[in-house]
Design a protein around this ligand. Structure first.
Ligand code: MLT
Length: 411
């Protein structure tokens, strides 16, 4: 067959069941032209009305609104409202939503006691997932709206607990007079009792980063949330699982891995060309983190925005971070190198985000937590959509490629 100018030889689909299964697997490899039988509902794909993504063109929209406009003009809670309701809020709807989130922005003493005994050697993402799972104690299936608000309010609080514990400092209570991002920054960085003023540059930068991470259609963590939820486990259990899925360095954990890589290059003298050469040599064991994306065959639109924001934020804060220069050099080298160009390996959202988080004072092992706080509204809205559409329980289709039936032989 000829598809878009490419010729493919179709497998024969004859032979034993196992051989046919292998042929079907080969057929699938024909670059995504072959789709699953829709009869296998909820196995390989899903319909969704939340996020549109065109990886060829580098387009990302939430409910029709471009990521560029949202990142420029909206607040994070406005985007959360959009994802959850399909429409941007009016001013009074937004005020009510913010007030609702604040109502749940309180310290949960039971969970705090548990958090305090989790060893500091535990990665913040594991702790976050555990605490969200343990919110189960407050779960009431009839309180859909309240459960959502509890989650949105809780994540920044859990993150701040983790940070304060890691530096051995007393907690700072949530400040109801502040907006979502400023309140988080105060809980993180104020000393107890201090009259702390949140830097508006920092708060604005955080707002933008959270918006850029708010949803990204069906990815590893989002599909995990949908899959867990499809068994009708609670929203809290589903989000707890999503956090675990995000933890991995090939997913949200990549923002931590990027900074660690940039630091490694800096320690080694900062010669980016050496590392670009190593990245091309499959035997070197070195991997260029933060480049390439499963869906973007063009610039990740979020990376474009973050790149500019990284420059702006560091300049505004007067931070001179040598890893920013290394990142810029790496990007320039990679984008002009045929190896990366041919493979369409552009910097992705994780490439620059860590540099900003660092400038904002966020420790490296908390970068992925920030991704989780940003992704939360997306996860919740995807879960909500899945439940509203009464999707059947997820069950990935399997193509068996193991041994054919054989007789057990006594030894
Ligand atoms: C992302 O934000 O890039 C992701 O969640 C990863 C993906 O889309 O696969």
């Amino acid at each position: 067959i000829n598809l878009d100018g490419q010729t493919f030889e179709l497998p024969t689909l004859v032979g034993t069941e196992n051989e046919k299964a292998i042929d079907i697997a080969k057929l699938r490899d024909l670059s995504g032209y072959v789709t699953y039988d829709p009869g296998y509902k909820n196995t390989g794909a899903t319909k969704s009305a939340i996020t549109f993504l065109d990886g060829e063109e580098g387009i990302l929209r939430h409910c029709g609104y471009s990521i560029e406009e949202l990142a420029d003009k909206a607040s994070f809670l406005e985007v959360a409202y959009l994802l959850l309701n399909g429409e941007l809020p009016t001013q009074s709807q937004l005020d009510a939503f913010e007030a609702d989130v604040k109502k749940y922005t309180v310290t949960n003493e039971v969970l705090l006691k548990i958090e305090q005994v989790i060893p500091t050697s535990t990665h913040p993402m594991s702790e976050l997932s555990a605490l969200v799972g343990l919110m189960e104690g407050q779960y009431n299936p009839a309180e859909t709206k309240e459960n959502i608000l509890r989650l949105i309010a809780a994540l920044p609080i859990f993150a701040a607990w983790n940070y304060k514990k890691s530096i051995g400092e007393a907690l700072v209570a949530p400040d109801q007079s502040l907006d979502y991002c400023s309140n988080f920054l105060k809980m993180m960085f104020a000393k107890p009792g201090e009259d702390y003023k949140v830097d508006p540059i920092v708060s604005k930068a955080l707002n933008k980063l959270l918006i850029l991470h708010a949803d990204h259609e069906q990815n590893c963590s989002t599909s995990t949330v949908r899959l867990i939820g499809s068994s009708h486990a609670s929203l809290f259990s589903s989000i707890s699982g999503g956090i675990q899925a995000l933890f991995g360095p090939l997913h949200g954990g990549a923002n931590q891995a990027v900074i660690e890589m940039l630091e490694e290059i800096k320690q080694a003298g900062g010669d980016t060309s050496k590392f670009v050469a190593m990245a091309k040599d499959k035997t070197s064991g070195f991997r260029l983190m933060g480049f390439g994306h499963r869906v973007y065959k063009n610039f990740d639109p979020r990376a474009r925005i973050i790149k500019v924001a990284a420059d702006d934020v560091l300049t505004a804060l007067g931070v001179k971070d040598p890893v920013l220069t290394i990142a810029q050099e790496l990007e320039a080298a990679a984008l002009s190198d045929e190896y990366f160009v041919a493979r369409k390996l552009y910097p992705n959202v994780d490439f620059y985000s860590g540099i900003i988080y660092r400038a904002l004072g966020i420790p490296t092992d908390m970068f992925t937590i920030l991704f989780a706080i940003g992704r939360l509204p997306g996860w919740i809205s995807q879960h909500q959509e899945m439940m509203t559409n009464k999707e059947p329980i997820g069950r990935p289709r399997q193509i068996y490629v193991g041994s054919p039936a054989r007789a057990f032989v006594d030894m």
